[in-house]
Design a protein around this ligand. Structure first.
Ligand SMILES: [Zn+2]
Ligand SMILES: [Zn+2]
Ligand SMILES: [Zn+2]
Ligand SMILES: [Zn+2]
Ligand SMILES: [Zn+2]
Ligand SMILES: [Zn+2]
Length: 452
């Protein structure tokens, strides 16, 4: 399998070049890029198959756009043969796009890896002229910008109610999304040459304007191949997709989409909603940055029907209006002994799980808890009124239960738990997951006092 996003900067005499090394250890590999190292979200970029003659490689374009391979257009999902020195351009035309040089690293005459090289000049945002920060790609022209820069542009276009034109080539933008493959590359270049880095303040300002959190779809969504569950029953691909969302054809709450409306795809149901920045209705979970449509359609007073995929309003709700009756499975690092102790401890106190969580949400909201280990995005911005998704709520509950346990004196725990000593490795202990006896004898709801 390919080692992904393994970026190693060039130390050769050719300045201003960066390369991406991908070790191919099998005959076939799909190249992904990752959102961040901890993330499970991966984005396919291309699939590479080593041919039997060893010196050539078949590349299948798995990205969402056409690319150029040695000046030949390769459509999405099509294949091309590449060899040492092949040039790959990340878009359908040469101009303004990144080009990579593929090199077969010959180690004892065996093709072992691929090297992607690119010119640093092609990794700059044409709005701010810096190396991209949190790069987003506009389609169908496939020009790349900083998320913050493009978001400001998008906002201005939407205020003027005009279609969104690419700031670089003026093509009508029909799609814009974060580009996780290029993210790795931009980071590599910055590691190579730190003089290209911007100040922390500049980055903070840019981040505060960044609105593009997931893949956006503009217009008809004809090319939509992502999941589209239980909607548009019996209708063929080409049919109703002309109207991707309920507001495209019908006015609700005083709003109707126009042909240039940007649409967001809901992570919960796969349905579409118009992206609207101006109305104060959350369309993303702040904890994970994914789009959810529940709160939006509720605010638009849309009656759910079978025609379009829409979520129930529960998918995106303020923390304070959520309820909980069971300890989430991920609590205490999935350690069921600890979950059991927490559960018995709560009932011994004559409380319900809901009572405890409500109390701790108050403390959380009053910033009485250290948020360092909170497993959500934007932890400092989250309050009791923040809309988050079900998954993030479970994570929050797990986090609060950790603090509940940490702050409960041992003598208040159920009898069998009062005498347990803390495991040196605390919550980070790996043994707790495979050694029942160890998990029972040692407390793991504590900070590690040793690291491995
Ligand atoms: Zn920029
Ligand atoms: Zn463009
Ligand atoms: Zn619409
Ligand atoms: Zn979430
Ligand atoms: Zn939805
Ligand atoms: Zn342990």
């Amino acid at each position: 399998m390919a080692e992904v996003g393994e970026c190693s900067a060039s130390n050769s005499s050719i300045q201003n070049w960066a390369k991406l090394n991908i070790e191919i250890n099998s005959d076939e590999a799909v190249i992904f890029s990752e959102t961040k190292s901890s993330s499970v979200d991966k984005y396919e970029w291309c699939k590479i198959t080593r041919n039997s003659d060893v010196n050539s490689i078949t590349l299948q374009n798995r990205s969402f756009n056409a690319i150029l391979v040695d000046e030949t257009l390769v459509q999405k999902d099509d294949i091309a043969f590449i060899k040492c020195g092949s040039e790959i351009v990340s878009g359908p035309v040469q101009d303004g796009h990144l080009s990579y040089k593929f090199e077969i690293l010959s180690d004892s005459k065996v093709c072992k890896g691929l090297k992607i090289s690119m010119d640093v000049e092609h990794t700059k945002c044409s709005i701010c002229l810096n190396i991209w920060h949190d790069v987003v790609t506009a389609a169908p022209c496939f020009h790349n910008f900083c998320n913050g820069c493009f978001s400001e542009w998008l906002k201005r276009s939407q205020e003027k109610r005009t279609s969104v034109l690419c700031p670089q080539c003026r093509a009508v933008v029909q799609f814009v999304g974060r580009n996780h493959f290029l993210l790795n590359i931009a980071e590599t270049i910055l590691q190579e040459d730190s003089s290209l880095r911007r100040s922390v303040e500049e980055i903070a300002i840019l981040d505060s304007c960044s609105l593009i959190q997931s893949n956006l779809v503009i217009g008809s969504g004809k090319k939509r191949t992502q999941k589209r569950p239980h909607s548009v029953l019996g209708q063929e691909e080409s049919g109703v997709l002309e109207l991707p969302c309920p507001q495209c054809g019908t006015e609700y709450a005083g709003f109707r989409c126009n042909p240039n409306t940007v649409h967001l795809q809901c992570h919960g149901c796969g349905g579409m909603m118009p992206s609207r920045f101006d109305i104060g209705i959350p369309q993303h979970c702040l904890g994970c940055d994914r789009a959810f449509c529940g709160a939006y359609w509720r605010a638009q007073r849309l009656q759910r029907s079978g025609t379009y995929a829409t979520c129930n309003p529960e998918t995106l709700k303020p923390i304070s209006s959520r309820t909980i009756s069971r300890i989430p499975q991920l609590t205490h690092e999935n350690n069921q002994h600890e979950q059991d102790i927490t559960e018995r401890c709560i009932s011994q106190m004559g409380k319900t799980l809901q009572d405890v969580i409500s109390e701790w949400i108050v403390k959380f909201n009053n910033r009485e808890i250290d948020r360092t280990r909170m497993p959500l995005n934007h932890v400092e911005m989250i309050t009791a009124e923040t809309h988050i998704c079900n998954e993030c709520y479970d994570k929050l509950v797990g986090f609060l239960l950790y603090w509940f346990r940490i702050s409960t004196p041992k003598y208040l725990l159920p009898g069998d738990a009062t005498e347990r000593e803390n495991c040196w490795y605390g919550y980070a202990c790996r043994t707790q997951h495979h050694n029942e006896d160890h998990a029972r004898k040692r407390n793991h709801v504590c900070r590690p006092t040793r690291s491995r």
